[in-house]
Design a protein around this ligand. Structure first.
Ligand SMILES: [Zn+2]
Length: 168
């Protein structure tokens, strides 16, 4: 092979790897009753002002009917460009760098997850597991992940049922 091809080939391989590197999925709740991309962008600017990227910390959000239709999935440019997340602490670096963050709009410490929103989460998670070949052992709730101290995605999030439904 001619030497001048090596760098372009490495760049192409890297670009490909970048789009398929996802190996974890972390589930969150927004902890607020209302939400959509614009609202979460505002919250992100206020609370995570150290993030160099002006994009919500998650790759996907799922609406609860307040600000975004119940079960409707939305993303912003963090997801479009396969940028790492800012949805989990630095103790779990790899779950930010190679982990997709999905955020359910709502506060599931206080409310119950609407069934339609839950079903949309199961569908999206299954699609992502298939697309990136992510094993079920790499799916977690934020606070269920070792090293994390948070109630997210809330005590009413049905974690056991969720893992069972993913296995079907
Ligand atoms: Zn979270």
């Amino acid at each position: 092979m001619k030497k001048r091809y090596i760098i372009p080939i490495l760049l192409i391989l890297f670009a490909y790897w970048w789009t398929v590197r996802w190996n974890y999925i972390v589930i969150h709740h927004s902890a607020g009753g209302y939400g959509n991309i614009e609202h979460l962008q505002k919250v992100h600017r206020e609370r995570q002002s150290r993030d160099p990227l002006d994009a919500i910390p998650y790759h996907y959000i799922i609406g609860n009917g307040h600000g975004l239709g119940v079960g409707v999935v939305k993303s912003d440019w963090r997801q479009s460009f396969n940028i790492w997340g800012m949805h989990i602490s630095r103790h779990n670096f790899d779950r930010n760098f190679r982990g997709l963050g999905i955020c359910l709009i709502g506060n599931y410490e206080k409310q119950q997850v609407p069934e339609k929103q839950y079903q949309a989460l199961v569908k999206l998670t299954k699609e992502l597991m298939k697309k990136y070949n992510i094993p079920i052992s790499n799916i977690s709730g934020h606070g269920y992940t070792k090293g994390e101290q948070t109630k997210c995605p809330g005590k009413n999030f049905p974690m056991e049922r969720f893992l069972r439904d993913l296995g079907r």
